[in-house]
Design a protein around this ligand. Structure first.
Ligand SMILES: *Cc1c(COP(=O)(O)O)cnc(C)c1O
Length: 437
């Protein structure tokens, strides 16, 4: 009898194939990346770095890691790369560990305004508790308030300023961040996890000329395995010739043990795939699709945070339908075959569990080969669902809300409007295979 896990994997594959995935941090890997992830490379321990390992038997692993590093260096034009971080969160932690002492000041974008938990979110995260976290925000137009960034930087003298985004729909102006970092002598860390593919495709300003250190996950728009990498720029090395070595030491022994070698190999393959004209065309199509999706949503009278997008993602503002509707709209969309995630908006009047926003992105649907025509149809479905379910208003009382939500979910599963969209979604997705490469 095969393990039950395999039937669950088959179910998950069916779910992914039949649904439209709009979570901007998700993507689909190529068959080559998928293959190497399940290879014998998982069997090997390789603590340390190539040619300086603590374990024997790493001759081949060394070649794999060196090849991954060479490809990434070339792809981004940077002098120093570490491909060993387990994922984006530990990579950020390692960078902070190397550049700061506990209690030093860290500046990042507020979570509710599009930043990441690891950018110093107070109280509940390690980055917010071990460092003196100062958070900047966005203006009324939902764009980063650089006057505030500068004023906070001058007042608090951060050691590290992080420029990065997870739910911020506009281009990050690394040049402006650099000018502010220089005024107060801070390190500028660019966390481009979400936008790496766009940077490679020339669809987003590159942080390479401006940042000292760059972190990116490898599984988002980069379309590689789940992991992360730390890049040190020439600018960073000019400031401290040991910066690369410091990053290596921050990964091991600083914060990690042995690297995940199958992931390293997957990163090397994804780097080769990302070096092609085909990938650049992919990055451009992500942007075109995002614009098409945003344009049609606006056309359908759906509000977007900041009024649109300059990247792969956008955040719907559901406030005009009612405060805190993100949870029920996201659930109803999932029933209708479209999965996205609820999100806070900069002017949030709800709560993190009942936020008023919905975050959407186009990397995964673009990997499947969908174009503007499909985006237009998807926007129409989303608008229909949002309008349909907001007829049932979320109660303001906390206890009543929980009861309401339970009932809402039960009813949504049988809702003919949602069921009908799901059928149409299934017909559309059948035309776009999950593994397109
Ligand atoms: C996804 C993301 C991370 C964290 O990556 P994980 O792999 O989920 O740990 C960090 N920073 C940003 C900006 C991200 O988008």
């Amino acid at each position: 009898m095969p393990d039950k896990i395999f039937s669950l994997v088959a179910k998950e594959l069916k779910r992914q194939k039949e649904m439209i995935g709009l979570i901007p941090s998700e993507n689909t890997v190529s068959p080559a990346v998928s293959k190497v992830l399940s290879s014998c490379l998982s069997n090997k321990y390789s603590e340390g770095y190539a040619l300086r390992r603590y374990y024997e038997g790493n001759q081949i692993i060394d070649e794999i890691e060196l090849l991954a590093i060479e490809r990434i260096k070339k792809l981004f034009g940077v002098p120093y790369v570490n491909v060993q971080p387990y994922s984006g969160s530990p990579a950020n932690w390692a960078i902070y560990f190397s550049l700061m002492q506990p209690g030093d000041t860290l500046m990042g974008l507020k979570l509710s305004m599009g930043g990441h938990l690891t950018h110093g979110h107070p109280d509940v995260t390690a980055s917010g508790r071990f460092y003196n976290s100062v958070q900047y925000g966005v203006k009324k137009d939902a764009r980063i308030d650089f006057a505030e960034v500068e004023q906070l930087a001058k007042k608090h003298k951060p050691k590290v300023i992080v420029a990065g985004n997870t739910a911020y729909p506009f281009e990050l102006d690394f040049k402006k961040f650099r000018a502010i970092a220089d005024k107060v002598g801070a390190w500028l860390v660019a966390d481009i996890s979400h936008i790496t593919g766009l940077v490679i495709a020339g669809e987003h300003m590159s942080p390479v000329p401006y940042a000292d250190v760059i972190m990116t996950t490898t599984h988002k728009t980069f379309r590689g395995p789940r992991g992360a990498m730390i890049l040190v720029t020439q600018r960073g090395l000019d400031r401290d010739p040991d910066l690369g070595k410091r990053m290596n030491a921050a990964i091991i022994p600083g914060t990690q043990g042995g690297p995940h070698n199958a992931t390293t190999a997957g990163i090397a393959i994804a780097a080769a795939e990302a070096s092609t004209a085909k990938f650049r065309a992919y990055g451009k199509q992500i942007r075109k699709n995002a614009t098409a999706l945003a344009t049609e949503l606006l056309q359908q009278d759906i509000d977007l945070v900041g009024g649109g997008t300059e990247t792969h993602l956008m955040v719907i503002d559901l406030t005009k339908f009612g405060i805190g509707l993100g949870t029920q709209v996201a659930f109803a969309l999932d029933v209708a075959g479209i999965y996205a995630n609820r999100n806070t908006i900069p002017t949030e009047q709800g709560s993190p569990f009942y936020p008023s926003g919905l975050r959407l992105g186009t990397p995964l649907v673009t990997s499947r080969g969908m174009k503007e025509k499909e985006m237009k149809q998807i926007a129409k479905w989303i608008a229909l669902v949002a309008k349909h379910v907001s007829e049932q208003q979320l109660p303001t009382d906390r206890k009543e809300r929980a009861v309401f939500l339970k009932k809402f979910r039960k009813n949504a599963l049988k809702d003919p409007v949602l069921k009908n969209i799901r059928k149409e979604v299934k017909m559309m997705t059948a035309k776009f295979p999950l593994f397109q490469l």
